[in-house]
Design a protein around this ligand. Structure first.
Ligand code: AMP
Length: 489
């Protein structure tokens, strides 16, 4: 099977838009999903942002809708035919932009609606008529209830980042939205991981779907060097600064668990002279987009973010990811560190483990199915190293509150670096046997890829396994699955 876009039989206006982007070769998810969607099948796709999954569903949907294309200005000739539902505003915005771009030589229209913005301009656009509606669940329901949009002609539904939508608690909203849609339709569900909840969602709303996997779910990219350091809460900022300096890290994501923690940390790092910006749910849409832009342009070095705000951002690769807080949800660990080490490049993921994180670390170990080594961290400055003393035992299984992995002497690190000749002496603790990584010796290149450059999907792509999942059983009533009175859509 060819992996060229030209082999798909897409209409000329769509192919022209793809060619203008400089893409000729499909990404693995595109090569697998596009023919299946063109054939009218439901899809359950395991794919993260950065794999090219947006084009994987937008291109075949545009192709299938072309037969309804109309040059008429009458709204009646432009009913909503494809509905794409996503968890965050940024993601919705990115998907809508791609849909507009790929549909620019057709008469098919795309609109996006999400919360945190005035409803009026969105309403005006909806009333003019759009074929592709990209939306976050809450705002979509607002428009449905205000009768700004009719969904009775929807033929295609995409539930994108479905796991995240469930994490955020959008399930009731999704059930409600789906209850407004015609039962005869094509449904595509994309999720980074296939949890039991996601499987239940698929069982309820997908008909005999084709399972498409491009990377094994719950697997962390093998090119990412992962470190876990035992650091007390009060020492985390110091540890972060030290590692950034010692490793010569040019740009990094710093993940925290709360909005408040996010704002505070960004402010204090900024005060200490690090170019930092924050991305969290309390920021206005405008502020979030600006934060993102300045990170992409390289105007800021550290982007401090919560999981929800960072999910789905079209930032292709960062040299390092810090877990300032260990995530509450183990799957978020995979999402977070998936930001680095893409496209075969090595990346660094550093996690700060405090005494109270034992359970969360256990969850991550279970998910990754491997034991995680927690290391000690020596500080460069004079201040004595803060010992973890929270009344609970530190992470580790010995009797002391110091980290369980042996801490090599400073000299051993110095020697190790000297051997290579090219790196400054660093007292930043590191596995004595960790391979040296030339990635960190060369300057980091700007995050945006030039037009037509090689795609950014992770290495280690699984071969096509298009088949009906043995996990997916015939459609059942939603009420039975979710114990609500709502019928299956
Ligand atoms: P997505 O996973 O949909 O967020 O896409 C990630 C990035 O890959 C986006 O910037 C796309 O424009 C880009 N992209 C999508 N398809 C291709 C392709 N076939 N070749 C190169 N880049 C692509």
């Amino acid at each position: 099977m060819s992996d060229q876009f030209s082999s798909l039989g897409l209409a000329e206006p769509i192919l022209r838009a793809v060619a203008e982007k400089g893409y000729t070769t499909m990404s693995p998810i595109q090569a697998q999903a596009i023919p299946v969607v063109l054939a009218g099948r439901d899809v359950m796709g395991a794919a993260q942002t950065g794999t090219g999954k947006t084009a994987a569903f937008i291109l075949p949907l545009l192709q299938r809708m072309l037969k309804h294309e109309s040059a008429s200005t009458s709204p009646a000739r432009h009913p909503v035919r494809a509905l794409v539902i996503l968890p965050t505003r940024e993601l919705a915005d990115q998907v809508a932009q791609q849909s507009k771009l790929y549909g620019k030589y057709t008469q098919l229209r795309t609109a996006v609606v999400f919360g945190g913005m005035d409803m009026k301009p969105q309403t005006l656009e909806l009333k003019k008529g759009v074929e592709v509606l990209v939306a976050t669940p809450g705002r979509l329901l607002d428009h449905i209830e205000a009768k700004n949009v009719a969904l009775n002609q929807v033929e295609y539904v995409v539930l994108d980042e479905a796991d995240r939508m469930l994490d955020i608690g959008f399930l009731p909203d999704l059930q409600r939205i789906l209850s407004f849609l015609p039962k005869s339709r094509t449904t595509l569900l994309f999720s980074a991981t296939f949890s039991p909840e996601i499987k239940r969602l698929a069982e309820s709303y997908l008909q005999n779907p084709v399972l498409i996997e491009t990377a094994r779910p719950n697997e962390t990219a093998s090119t990412v060097e992962q470190h876990f350091y035992s650091v007390g809460d009060d020492d985390k900022r110091r540890a972060l600064k030290q590692i950034v300096k010692a490793r010569g890290i040019t740009q990094a994501f710093v993940f925290v668990n709360s909005k408040l923690g996010c704002a505070r940390l960004a402010r204090s790092l900024e005060r200490e002279g690090l170019r930092t910006t924050a991305l969290h749910g309390d920021k206005s849409q405008d502020e979030r987009l600006k934060a993102l832009e300045s990170f992409k342009k390289g105007e800021v070095d550290l982007l401090v973010a919560t999981d929800v705000a960072a999910r789905g951002l079209d930032i292709k690769d960062v040299p390092a990811v810090f877990n300032f807080d260990i995530p509450f949800n183990a799957e978020d660990y995979v999402h977070r560190i998936g930001r680095t080490g893409r496209a075969g490049a090595s990346g660094l993921a550093v996690s700060f483990v405090s005494a109270s994180d034992q359970r969360l670390m256990g969850d991550i170990e279970k998910l990754l199915k491997k034991k995680l080594e927690v290391e000690g961290l020596e500080f460069d400055d004079e201040r004595p190293r803060e010992r973890i003393n929270t009344g609970r035992r530190a992470w580790g299984d010995d009797d002391s509150d110091v980290p369980r992995s042996p801490r090599p002497s400073r000299d051993s690190y110095r020697d190790q670096f000297r051997e290579d000749g090219s790196r400054e002496t660093s007292r930043f603790s590191r596995h004595a046997n960790a391979p040296r990584d030339p990635f960190f010796d060369k300057p980091y290149e700007a995050p945006s890829l030039p037009e037509g450059a090689a795609p950014t999907w992770e290495a280690g792509v699984k071969p096509a396994t298009s088949r009906v999942s043995s996990n997916i059983k015939p459609k059942r009533k939603v009420a039975a699955l979710f114990k609500t009175a709502e019928p299956a859509a």
